[in-house]
Ligand binder design. Structure first.
Ligand code: BTN
Length: 263
């Protein structure tokens, strides 16, 4: 494939966009270090709420907990959206969770599959992670903003071998994925009403019903080690995961990582 075939078309994204604010300002790059880093720079330079930055590939894609996010050209959507809204530390997980619901809806509208959510920020299809979300926020009340980064793998056929055990695409090898432009537009269409004018609790029932974690045995991972173990019993109204530990105590997880078996 040539570089031109990989290039995202702003016009095609706009053709399917029905939002009022999200993606009305849209920047497409062939390659960036990280769309989240570009969006944070833009936020610090006064960019408006709704700015969306997309890239064909990222050379330093960022994941949660300091991990990297592999971002090969042609088989992924890598996008970041800037939101200016009143924020506190309680609300950041809600933004991630509401976005997960919107992206799940967008994937289901553009493919034949169904999407589950692994608390707090991972979307799963056919037992594999197909999308990760990284929200980074500035909580300064004079200038609060959130950058929501979304990375989606398109096809099973192009998943790099080093992550193929755990990562998949939104379509299997035999199917044709939606165009990246269509998926980007649909993601923006779906997440806007869940995030603006502010995150409400309305997404929570769907977030809970899509959970692939509730009722399961989970390990809480801290510093890359199992910290404790128990059963995930609920997701509260702040999108925290409530876990009953093996010793009977109950804990509420805010932004930890968990591991569990996902079929
Ligand atoms: C995770 O799975 O831990 C979150 C991954 C988030 C990846 C997306 S890709 C677009 C945006 N830019 C980044 O550098 N990261 C996010």
């Amino acid at each position: 494939m040539t570089d031109l075939e990989h290039s995202l078309s702003i016009q095609q994204i706009q053709a399917d966009l029905h939002t009022e604010i999200l993606g009305r300002e849209l920047l497409c790059y062939p390659s960036v270090d990280s769309t989240n880093l570009r969006a944070k720079d833009a936020a610090n330079s006064g960019a408006r709420s709704g700015l969306c930055i997309v890239a064909d590939t990222q050379t330093a894609g960022r994941g949660r907990l300091g991990r990297s996010f592999l971002s090969p050209c042609g088989n992924g959507v890598y996008m970041s959206v800037l939101l200016r809204l009143p924020l506190d530390s309680e609300r950041t997980p809600q933004i991630t969770a509401a976005t997960a619901v919107g992206v799940a809806r967008a994937i289901e509208r553009t493919t034949c599959g169904s999407v589950g959510i692994k608390w707090v920020n991972d979307l799963y299809m056919r037992g594999k992670k197909v999308c990760g979300i990284l929200t980074e926020a500035n909580l300064n009340p004079q200038n609060s903003w959130a950058v929501i980064g979304i990375g989606v793998n398109l096809s099973d056929a192009e998943i790099p071998p080093q992550i193929a055990d755990i990562a998949g695409g939104i379509v299997p090898r035999s199917a044709t994925p939606p165009t990246r432009e269509k998926l980007i537009a649909e993601i923006l269409n779906q997440i806007e009403p869940l995030l603006l004018p502010t995150v409400s609790d309305a997404f929570l029932p769907e977030y809970r019903s899509r959970s692939v974690v509730l009722g399961k045995e989970v390990s809480v991972i801290r510093n890359q080690q199992t910290h404790c173990h128990g059963r995930a019993i609920a997701i509260d109204d702040s999108a925290r995961l409530i876990v009953t530990l093996d010793d009977g105590r109950q804990i509420a997880l805010h932004s930890d990582e968990i591991s569990c078996k996902i079929e």
